[in-house]
Write a protein that binds this ligand. Structure first.
Ligand code: UGA
Length: 471
């Protein structure tokens, strides 16, 4: 099938490359000339596993790049809108890019097309797109609007796309449903997975994935409600971790116990320094606004956001409790990306913490396997950057772990101990076992788990975690 994907951001670029891998002819449309030039010349603008391979495989063949939206629409049976929907100051999704794309599409409808929302949009957006296209003189039976939300995570976006838990198609006509079904047939009939050069299967893949057909409005809500639910799960466990700290329980054991209930599950129950990224914070605000507009005050979402912010402040208090005063303290920081496996620093809780610590007068040397270039542009010269975790730790009063990179979970701890001025680690991602760390002579503070005092250690003025909440 011939497909146009409008917007070459995270979702558009991954979707375009994956559609090409499913065998479709794809035109990826963007109005950013610099981006088009770099894509055409073989660069991959985002750090994403398997994406360079797919772009290399299909660039100039089944995957073309263009700034000509109208020609792309004319040549395509389906047009996916994957442009940004950034938050306004009030927290609503700004749909002006979606509207302007819809307007351009209307002038290029030369036969039946399915216009598909791929961006995360509030419920009712499909109705608006339809109105805009009709207002601009397209015939009512010449197109349908569909919603096909994307559930990919940064860092694993390509495998999430090709091995999804489910494919949701929100349609209000059988004709549109059949076009979308056809696009995803290589996944739903399993033929893609039998290909020699298919992108490797991740753990827990559901093959073939189920297809869920819903109304366009239901599909729009599925996306917002999924993200809100996942964020709620994270805030829930972060709240539980605070209680664990107060009573001296171990949040990991608690997670194991509650996650073993198959109705709950263990995934997305990792406590930490709060969720970040370009999706959860923005989508929760947008969902709350949508609910309010529909006459429902979704206070639960306010609380999810409040707990998320509080989690960062609690971590700062932990740093203070471990080090006493902060002015002039040298800190090594591991992790600036909002999570492991990506160079994205948008709404990164780790980066926000670094900024707060700089304001408190700390002297920071940071290391991140992928996000340093982006972080440098934001932090300017307020932070030094290191070439390795050990260099970041060298001579530091304490080491902070702020992103759950796999690399940070397998450090040479003896070497780290030698590098640090004081063997103090404050781990916002629970990457190590507290007893092992104490055995190695570290004063180790983590989230929702008691901090055993290292034998023979005098380093750090930290009190036991159990006392934190009372102090
Ligand atoms: C999220 C959703 O997981 C995707 O399903 C969705 O498609 C995407 O948003 C989107 O709407 O585009 P993403 O933002 O890439 O994906 O990242 P996640 O893996 O969900 O992590 C979000 C944040 O939560 C990160 O800061 C991460 O460190 C944190 N997190 C995640 C936790 O603190 N604990 C957990 O157990 C899981």
């Amino acid at each position: 099938m011939r497909i146009a994907v409008v917007g070459s951001g995270y979702v558009g670029l991954v979707a375009g490359a994956c559609f090409a891998d499913l065998g479709h002819d794809v035109v990826l449309v963007d109005n950013d000339q610099a981006k088009l030039t770099s894509l055409r010349s073989g660069q991959t603008p985002i750090h994403e596993q398997f994406l360079p391979e797919l772009l290399e495989r299909h660039r100039g063949k089944r995957l073309q790049f263009s700034d000509d939206l109208q020609t792309a629409v004319k040549a395509s049976a389906a047009v996916f809108i994957a442009v940004g929907t950034p938050p306004t100051e009030q927290g609503e999704a700004d749909l002006s890019y979606v509207e302007s794309v819809a307007r351009s599409i209307s002038g290029a409808i030369n036969g039946y097309k399915v216009v598909v929302e791929k961006s995360t949009v509030p419920v009712y957006t499909s109705d608006w797109i339809r109105k805009i296209i009709l207002r601009n003189a397209a015939a009512p039976d010449s197109f349908d609007i569909a919603s096909n939300p994307e559930f990919l995570r940064e860092g694993t976006a390509v495998t999430d796309f090709l091995y999804p838990d489910r494919i949701v198609i929100g349609v209000d006509s059988e004709r549109a449903a059949s076009v979308l079904r056809q696009i995803y047939t290589p996944l739903t009939d399993g033929s893609y997975y039998r290909k020699q050069d298919a992108i490797p299967q991740p753990d827990r893949a559901r093959i073939p994935p189920p297809i869920i057909v819903a109304s366009a409005k239901s599909a729009e809500l599925i996306k917002h409600a999924s993200n809100a639910f996942l964020a709620m799960k994270i805030s829930f466990i972060n709240a539980v971790s605070s209680i664990c700290e107060s009573v001296g329980a171990n949040v990991q054991q608690v997670c194991q116990g509650i996650g073993a209930d198959s109705r709950i599950g263990t995934r997305f129950l990792n406590p930490g320094i709060g969720y970040g990224g370009s999706c959860f914070p923005k989508d929760l605000m947008a969902f709350r606004s949508v609910a309010r507009e529909c006459g429902y005050e979704f206070r639960l979402l306010d609380e999810v956001m409040r707990i998320n912010e509080d989690q960062r402040h609690r971590f700062l208090r932990k740093v203070r409790n471990a080090l006493w005063t902060l002015r002039g303290k040298r800190l090594g920081v591991l992790g600036l990306a909002f999570k492991g496996g990506t160079d994205d620093i948008r709404e990164s809780p780790g980066l926000l913490l670094v900024q707060s610590l700089v304001q408190e007068g700390c002297v920071i040397t940071a290391y991140d396997p992928a996000a340093m270039e982006r972080a440098r542009a934001v932090l300017n010269s307020s932070v030094q950057f290191a070439n390795s975790p050990y260099e970041a730790a060298s001579g530091a009063d304490a080491l902070l772990i702020l992103t759950e990179w796999e690399e940070f979970a397998t450090l040479d701890l003896k070497r780290l101990h030698r590098e640090l001025k004081y063997p103090i680690i404050i781990d916002g991602r629970n990457l190590y076992d507290p007893d092992t760390m104490a055995g190695l002579g570290f004063s180790y503070y983590s989230v929702g788990r008691a901090a055993p005092i290292a034998e023979g250690s005098t380093a750090g003025a930290g009190r036991p975690e159990g006392k934190l909440a009372q102090s």
